[in-house]
Design a protein around this ligand. Sequence first.
Ligand code: DLL
Length: 447
Amino acid sequence: MVWNKEETNSRSEMQALQLGRLQATVNYLYEKNPYYRNKLDELKVSPREIRSLDDIRRLPFTTKQDIRDNYPFRLFSAPQEEIVEYHATSGTTGKPVVVGYTRQDLETWKEVMARALTGAGVTKHDVVQNIYGYGLFTGGIGIHYGAIRVGAAVIPISGGNTQRQLMLMEDFGSSVLTSTPSFLMHLHEAGEEMGIDFHKLKLRVGVLGAEPWSEAMRHKIQDKFGIKACDIYGLSEIIGPGVAFECVEKQHGLHINEDYFYPEIIDPHSCEVLAEGEVGELVFTTVANQGQPLLRFRTRDITRLTYGTCVCGRTTVVMERVSGRSDDMLIIRGVNVFPSQIESIILKREGVSPHYMVIVERKGAMDSLRVKVEVTEEFMVKAAADILKGDEFDILEDVAAVRSKKRNLQQDIKDVIGISVDIQLVPPNSIARSEGKAKRIEDRRPK
Ligand code: DLL
């Protein structure tokens, strides 16, 4: 289902809309924002010279660091009295990255979120259990705005609260779950322990994102909950959730709301713009934002773009699911590795759960990779049987079933990523669960 006719624009209609909005944005920034005015002056680009969409290449890039350096409000272009809402990313180091929205920006957000939920098949008949965190994080409130715009009922439960989540899911008849995929897996485990049969509940759709997840994880979640799971992508700097989303008809690739957020793919090293279909870093220019419009914001997310008409009727450009962030990409002995590649292998194997952690260490001059993964309860029972047969009880390591499981996983991972990793199998529930985005990498190399 399509929410708005702009989503089915012809390419020329879309480009005309984008160009008009881009020109207005560059003018607006030149007039209102000293930071961008200086940047454009330095590059000797006058707003009048932006005559085609290709001229976007003359505009400067913006990075997360640029926003931080202008903390808190120096990148805002609307006057303070026009700002009606703030959000910020937690930021592991230093100051957070701040975003400000005008009333019109909130309208944009509601619109793109309504498109995303409609794309996943959500209607006014649905009850949306919104598990994304409310607060400075954009997930909770962004989904909330969109759900109300499509007329669905929202349960603003936010993250955490496992027992209450499960209770309301049953008692309020939730039909849609909006959550990070990793937290949803945790809810499933907890519910299973309590004897909940998820297939008997009213659940039918999941709108999942905010972190990378694999196709294998989608299948697992769909089977376990009896739902259709669609990916949703976004980032605070651009608007929050709703920048791009998967349609339930295809469930393959995410439609970018490109009439608001103009995408490019660049080579992250040379910064050259890449052609359709080539994999690189996603860059967005917001062409309709007022509070804090950004030119060519470097997301660090790795993907590729494809143009065409989708089975759902949308003509908006599609981005492949994000395999990871360039800063999550590990370079181990010269080989590029994303945790999501490892996840897709783990999820296809019996006996291990989707809870894992990738640990990078330096041994001598060499970097090494250790994958810590939880075994399932069933696997523990099988391993215990081995122990009873006479093996010494030496945690999990000496048990035959464990040895062969480790060997197999090691081989499968090597086949896909091309390097050897150590596998560490750990008991169920021993890897910390996150209520929001899962932490998958622990880099212990000396800085
Ligand atoms: O995570 C916004 C959001 C909330 C998206 C709820 C979807 C659902 P930030 O906290 O600013 O915003 O984090 C943005 O998260 O650059 C990606 O690296 C990652 N990310 C977001 N969605 C996906 C996804 C929200 N579907 C950063 N797949 C982005 C992979 C994602 N990575």
